[in-house]
Design a binder for this molecule. Sequence first.
Ligand code: ZN
Length: 494
Amino acid sequence: MIDWSELQRANRAEQRRLQDHLLGRYVREYLYPFSPYYRRLFDDNGVRPEQIRTVDDLRRIPLTQKLDLLATPEDPQRFKQFILQPDPATIKAAWPLRKKLPLLWQKWTQGAAAVRRTVQREFSPCFMTFTTGRSADPVPFFYSPHDIQNLHDTGARLVDVMRLPSDYRIANVFPYAPHLAFWQVFFAGQETGMMALSTGGGKVMGSTGDLRAITRLRADALIGVPGYVYHLLRKAVSDGLDLSSIRCVVLGAERVPPGLKDKISQLLRQAGAGEVRVFGTYGFTEARMAFAECPTRDNEYTGYHLYPDLAIFEVIDPATGEVLPDGEDGELVFTPLRARASTVFRYRTGDRVRGGIQWDPCPHCGRTVPRISSDLTRESSLKDLQLLKVKGTLVNLEDCAMLLSDMKEVEEWQIELRKKDDDPLEVDELVVHLALKDGCLKEPTAEQVRTAFKSRLEVSPNHFEFLGLDAMLQKIGMETEMKEKRFVDARPQA
Ligand SMILES: [Zn+2]
């Protein structure tokens, strides 16, 4: 097995050979024999596990999508179909001698109970996180101790890609929840031995509590969701706190516009910090791992550095499902290579990437692993309100979010959809609520937002409402909601 330190410098052919090898084995020895869902999918489509020998063979396997995981009236616990469920008979039938011999040896020397424990450590669920959609029921994703070890490994790789020194102290302000982000940071700390303080975010300790902890810890790195991190730093500046210890900010769970990276660095400078690196990361529940950008002088977007031995990413045309050539825009599809417990395969993430996957060596760190372009539209942040029809035009709300967070005049914002006069039969109205930076003027800013909306989203706001910062923070539920309320659909149902 080639380790991470070598793998990240291996050439594309070497990486591909490794993936071919791991993929074939994974399908034959884990996915097909132990996954009720995929065994049926293969059988129904006449695919034999032996036919999957290379990454190119993946396209024989039908794609899986979110819908396939959701409960149905006939099968309210559908998620269970995706959990690898070996038993002594299937293990005996599926595993080659190379894998069975160590178990037999263990049985002779330590007894059958020891073998059971070994198998349990590999397969039995002991931990879970949930997908975060609000419209559909959350889907649980289980981890076995083997998967927890993967989370340790990817934690260490994240730290390596972001080049964080081991003596850094980390303040993790991701919301405490059964969500990947919080736990990925937690296990990264466990694996690397870095001092990590996980505050649980604003809803648990409040921004005052968080800031007290960060200043006392003299944290070097601040890690959390963009909206809350920005809120914390703004408060630190207005309270006159000293954050000179902070040298890097890691943002997760959402796409980060360049203007926000700048605003964050600027606030940190005001709080006494020197040069600060701001990183974006990418991860999702179903992957049970996260990926990061590497450091650059000007906080450029370097793309998310992948782990070719742990997962294969494809980019497909979302309309046809066809795999697209390198570098083309499309939807990301995820296939794990070392997963146990809950396992999805050729999974449509719903995330759209502009610029696809890049295979040229990273110009900043020189790593040769593939990188997903940082220009990613997350489906997870749009779940309910993704492409909303406003005034007859489809509007991608995440583009609205990028546009507003990017503007230096805008402190906080919320978008509300109403019906004119609150009449369900009337036309849609798009209302933009804004809290402006001190000294910025209402009308010119509104005009700027109006022009940007019109040219980039082809829809124009009907009203602007201006609020003070405190009222605005209350409106979006900063520190009181698990996730800030950025989009409100107040249209009465006809
Ligand atoms: Zn790099």
